[in-house]
Design a protein around this ligand. Structure first.
Ligand code: CTP
Length: 403
């Protein structure tokens, strides 16, 4: 889902951060949104409408009375067209106008006529942001259902550091996407726990046993669930990938720690997606100091003991949670996967052939078969892990009982 095909009206008001709004617009377009821009006269002094027109390939609204508007009532046309409105950068002036319902130019008039979701991204001098009037206006907007993104702290245009900076464009795009998902996504109000990566079973302070799992599938699933508005808890054994800000990431090492952490959150979950590649065995004991090689011993034996089966253990306490597992197989894919589905009491098992180098572990693409109890297996075509995650999240959302 996300912002794909959504109509976003971006309102650009006059401040030094206007140049960053161009990057925000590009970010929305990259997400598949259709963007139209309206600018205040002051904003056009920082960046011309031509920039936004070229980026969006849409006319830019700057003047309600300009004869070249292709719409008879341009402000109403833009207000009605938009699924959501983003005011970026939002000056203290436009915030004050929105709070009081003032409509004296193209931007403020169109915003007053907008009934859908509005997201305000303020940028101004710290003293203007802290002024009692701005605080009052922000409180009014929030009470009116407008979502306000908090400004960053950092170097301001005035040359000193303070609160009031426009956040980075990518953070703004993520924030808007998150707000939109929370209001409209299929998983809004749902709790989803996802695991990712190969567990690391410690041998000593500097060594561990692990496997080839990169965590990409788990991170893609966490992102896809967040894009549908879920409250996502991601239990990860790797630190090299990044998750959206809204995802609660908990880093763990071994299978036992993963299980203990999952147990803490399990009862509140609507769905658990176990994409982690859990090591089946761990060293019997973890050496406190780095193990040294000795001159008289060319052979080294590491004694291993079985790890708990996380899915099986959690299934014992299961109430309504939808339990989803993965089966990484190198042979007899369907037979082995069917067995795991039943053995681990799962609602869905996603089976993939890890003997193929182009898919599965570490690759960006995957090709899976989705297996469910008493339903014919569904073989999905090969696709990116991102696309696949979106499809799997759709299928998991279909299994959740209505709220
Ligand atoms: N799994 C688990 N706990 C384990 C091992 C695996 O919860 N100790 C989960 C995995 O995260 C995955 C599913 O069970 O979702 C199947 O994992 P897989 O490694 O394919 O199967 P195993 O049960 O380990 O069986 P085998 O290694 O014999 O194929």
């Amino acid at each position: 889902m996300g912002l794909e095909n959504k109509h976003i009206a971006v309102y650009v008001t006059g401040g030094i951060a206007v140049y960053k709004a161009a990057e925000v617009v590009r970010g929305f377009i990259r997400q598949g949104a259709v963007v139209r821009v309206a600018m205040t006269q002051d904003a056009t002094k920082f960046v011309t409408p031509l920039t936004f027109g070229a980026l969006t390939k849409q006319p830019v609204l700057t003047d309600l009375f300009a004869g070249d508007n292709d719409q008879f009532v341009p402000h109403i046309a833009l207000a009605d067209w938009s699924d959501l409105a983003v005011i970026v950068p939002a000056t203290a002036n436009v915030i004050a106008k929105m709070a009081t319902g003032l409509a004296d130019d193209a931007v403020s008039t169109t915003l007053l006529a907008t009934t859908g979701l509005k997201v305000v991204v303020p940028a101004m001098n710290e003293h203007m942001w802290d002024a009692p009037a701005t605080t009052r206006n922000i409180a009014t907007l929030t009470a009116d259902g407008v979502v306000v993104m908090q400004p960053d702290t950092g170097l301001l245009a005035e040359g000193y550091s303070g609160r009031g900076r426009l956040p980075e464009p990518s953070a703004i795009v993520d924030f808007v996407q998150h707000v939109w998902a929370k209001q409209t996504g299929r998983l809004r109000g749902r709790n989803v726990m996802v695991t990712a990566g190969g567990t690391r079973e410690r041998i000593d302070p500097v060594r561990y046993i692990s496997n080839d799992s990169s965590g990409k599938m788990g991170y893609a699933l966490a992102r896809a669930a967040a894009n549908e508005g879920a409250n996502v808890t991601l239990i990860s054994s790797i630190i090299s990938l990044s998750a959206p800000d809204s995802v609660h990431v908990i880093t763990v090492s071994g299978a036992q720690e993963m299980l203990d952490t999952m147990k803490t959150y399990f009862a509140q979950q609507d769905a658990v997606i176990m994409a982690a590649a859990v090591a089946d065995f761990k060293p019997v004991s973890v050496a406190e100091q780095k193990i040294k090689k000795t001159a008289d011993n060319d052979l080294m034996t590491l004694q291993l003991t079985k790890n708990p089966d996380i899915l099986k253990t959690l299934s014992v306490d299961k109430t309504d949670q939808i339990m989803v597992g993965f089966a990484a197989e190198t042979e007899h894919l369907l037979t082995n996967a069917q067995h795991k589905l039943i053995d681990k009491k799962l609602d869905m098992l996603i089976a993939n052939d890890v003997s193929r180098k182009d898919i599965g572990f570490n690759a960006d693409q995957n090709q899976v078969t989705v297996i469910r109890p008493n339903v014919e297996p569904v073989q999905l075509p090969q696709m990116t892990k991102t696309k696949l995650s979106e499809q799997l999240i759709e299928m998991i959302a279909d299994l959740l009982p209505g709220k």
